[in-house]
Design a protein. Sequence first.
Length: 481
Amino acid sequence: MKRSLHNSPALAEPATASSDTTITTSTPLPTDLNATPPTPPAGTPLPPLRKQRDYRLLWTARTISVTGSEVSKLAIPLTAVTLLTASPSQMGILTAAASVPVLLFGLQSGAIADRLTRHRPLMIACELVSCAAAITIPIAWLLGVLNVIWLIAVALVIGAAGVLFKAANFPHLAAVVDPSQRTEAMAGFHASYSVASVSGPGLAGLLVQLLTAPLAVLAEAFAFLTSALLLRTIRTPENNTRAPSKSMWRDVVEGLRTSVTHPVLRALLGAGVTINFFAMAYTAVYMLYMLNTLGIPKALIGVLIALSGAGGLLGAWLTSRLSKRYGENRVLLISVIFFPIEILAVGLLTGPLWWKLSLLALTSTITGGIVVAFATCMGAITLRETSPELRGRVNATTTFAVQGVLALGGLAGGFLAELLGLRPVILICAAGIALSTIWIWASPLRPHPRRPSLPDTPEPPTASFARSATHLLETKRHSPR
């Protein structure tokens, strides 16, 4: 039951913003009027997102693509283990292959995205490349030439295409959705991701049983192809502000500099890295702790994960409404406080099985909603605070940092568990995630109450008399004689 943000649209998928903000933040960087869809005349309400054709197409494309990717997360490892008898080291390399492109090309992908005036063609090309790579797995298996190296190569190609896609997808949303509806739009994306993360493994298991693992990868290829076709039918024109390019290295450094010097972006980046490090340390020991220490039955762990997904749906629904009323800043400030609630409950939990399951079900549902609320507002604020010509690089920097720290967190959790035991590591992770509160609450996102102005007080009579006497002397001194 991962509590990290590495799969969050706020960091890796399209993030959105809302112009309806009730709390003063740091002065936003310049905005690009050309990067937003045409605004209706004043007084004309915008149609709901569900009635906007291009948003429906974009939402459907991402939902199908993410669901296909969830299927492959089970189908490809099963192919390696059951059909190719992969060794533990080969499985480790195969697992790491999906994250390597982020570390190698993540920062450069943002610079590439910022150089484009149109992002949709790149997104379509990435989906088609991923489709072509995925479909080679069942073909190679049918021809009898499939091996682990082939799977690793496919994972690298799909990972690299995914990095480019996500870098372009972040600024692309600004062309499709009006600023006042971007938070609601991203909440909709989070809802689909929550459903995909819960239903994807079940669908994968069914397809593996019916088609075998290699042929189940066809679902991912079909999902990529369908996504590309849906993106192709979006009609909203793009006219993104193209960043003046100096060199790849200078462009990357500019994105890094903006992410760490802008006070709001720096706070979001620090909080994201902190959360992901300790969340992955928690994930490394989660299964051992649940089975060996708490004695939770294996089948019920899946139920708890499903409840987390249901909480994500509820969180997406609430976030879109609360952000309209209170603003993204306040929702973020409150949600970050409750982020470690589940991990803390898991670390302190004792008692009979029914009590453990009841508390875990409640905290899983709540935390699923909290994660979605935090990630939605984090992405919305990032898009709002970043100028259009820097959005790709800032998003790429954030993705690089929060995903790059995952491996370190996993290693730290495993080694600390060997030294201290499982329960102490759980409690350390809860305390570590709580540190993200400092990043957020010490930033300009926190509301600063205005000092009441002092009421006007009557001037003392002596001061009035002194001023009048001085004026009289000056007048007599300069008057003509």
